[in-house]
Design a protein around this ligand. Structure first.
Ligand code: HEC
Length: 94
């Protein structure tokens, strides 16, 4: 029982830290085109809202991960490590 509680609380801490990390990376690497609030700008599409979620709900997070890694940041793809891309994508769904 205690073990389960411990795991549950550790996981929660980990994922909120991951989301935080994701949003810091986001501001530095992505916000200039996708907007600080994920709503998009003239330079990049929205990474939230119905259109984005509808488009991706049929696909897997793995596909989104591969696409993001291969194409983003648009000016410098592949410039982050896997953990950073994962944290970024995680932060879009928090
Ligand atoms: C220089 C501008 C620019 C930057 C910086 C940038 N993006 Fe993008 N992003 C775009 C554009 C433009 C598109 C639309 C598709 C395309 O042209 O490749 C896009 C598309 C996307 C998509 C697909 C959206 C969809 O509707 O399917 C994702 C996910 C994404 N970007 C994530 C990121 C992440 C994460 C970062 C930071 C690591 C980032 N982008 C940085 C310009 C940018």
């Amino acid at each position: 029982m205690d073990t389960i509680k411990l795991i549950a609380s550790t996981t929660a801490v980990f994922s909120s830290k991951q989301a935080e990390l994701g949003s810091g990376l986001y501001v530095v690497n992505c916000a200039s085109c996708h907007g600080r609030d994920l709503r998009g700008t003239e330079g990049g599409s929205a990474l939230m809202g119905d259109r984005f979620l509808d488009k991706w709900k049929e696909k897997s997070i793995g596909e989104l991960f591969e696409l993001t890694k291969a194409t983003m940041p648009k000016t410098n793809p592949h410039s982050l490590d896997d953990a950073s891309y994962a944290a970024l994508l995680h932060s879009f769904w928090k």
